[in-house]
Design a protein around this ligand. Sequence first.
Ligand code: NCD
Length: 330
Amino acid sequence: MTSFTPPLRGNNRHLPFGDQQDSAFYGKDIISVKQFDRKQLEYIFGVAHEMYEMVARVGSFDLLKGKILANLFYEPSTRTSSSFTSAMERLGGSVIPINNVKFSSVTKGESLPDTVRTLEAYADVIVLRHPEVGSAALAAKYARKPVINAGDGTGEHPTQALLDLFTIQEELGRVDGLTVTMMGDLKYGRTVHSLARLLTLFDIKLNYVSPKLLQMPSEIIDEISQSGTEQSSHNDLNTVLPETDVLYVTRVQKERFEDTAQHETLKGSYVVTTETMTQAKEEMVVMHPLPRVWEIDMAVDDDPRAAYFRQMEYGLYIRMALLAMVLGKS
Ligand code: NCD
C-alpha cells in the first residue's frame, strides 16, 4: 500500500463506535510473514477466537457491511478463495470474485498494476494469488487499498502460515518447545516457506524431510539460521518421527516443474500411512495445507491426530480476523 492518500479519504474523522483505525493493521497490506511479531500474532489469534465465537453463535454479523473484497486469483484455489469469500460474507461484506482471469482483461494483456488499480476503484481490499514471486508486493506498491497475499508463486503464503500457526496453538495448546517436521516438496511449497519463517519467532526445532531435489531452498535455510532456530535436513521420516510434535506434509507442486518426467519420479516419495502413525507420538498433529494428492493415505483421516480438515476451518476465523483488522473494524 502506498502512502499516497486519495482525495476521497479525508472525511472519515468521525468514526462510528467499533472502528479501530489507529490499530497497527488498519489499511496495511499483508505480504509476508516477516511483518509480524509475537504480540501481533497474539492479537490476531484473539480476534480469530472472537470470530469463532460469533460464527458459532450467530453465523454471520454486520461488522463489514458495505465493504467489498476483490478476490483476484490467477492460479487455481479452492480453500483460500472460498474461505476469503466466506469470511467476507460472514462479516456482512460482499465479494467481487475474479478467479477465471480468462474472462477478464488480463487476457487482453492488462498489467497487474493496472488490474489492481481498476479493482480498488470498486473494492476496499484486494486478495491476490499470482504465479510470480513478488507479485503481491508489486500490486501493493501500486494499490491505495490493502492487498493481501494469497500466494505469490513459490514465494510466500502468509495467511496460510497464520492459520497453520493458529492450528498448532489450538490443537497442542502451545508453540514454544515443539518439534515441527516439514515433509514433502519444500523447494516449491510456499506454505512451508512462510511457516518456517513465522516459526522462528518461537522456541522450536525444525526438521525437513524431502527428496534431494525438493529440499528447502538455501536462502530460506540461511534466513532461518540467522534467527538461531535449530534446523536439520533428513531424507527419511523415521529418523525424526518419534520426536515430532507437528508433522506438516505438503504435496509435490506438479505445476512448478519444468520437467514433467522429474515430477513422475518424485511422485509418491513420501506417504503417511496408518503404519507411519504407529511410530508417532500420541500427542501430535498431522497437518497439510491441502489439496492432498497421495501423500497422506485416506485411512489416516480417522486418526484423531489428523488435523488437516480442522486446520481448514481455523483458516476461516483467521481470515475473518485479518479482513476486520485491515478494514479497521477489529
Ligand atoms: C496451498 C497453496 O496454494 O500454496 N494450498 C492452499 O492455499 N491451501 C498448497 C498447495 O497448493 O499445495
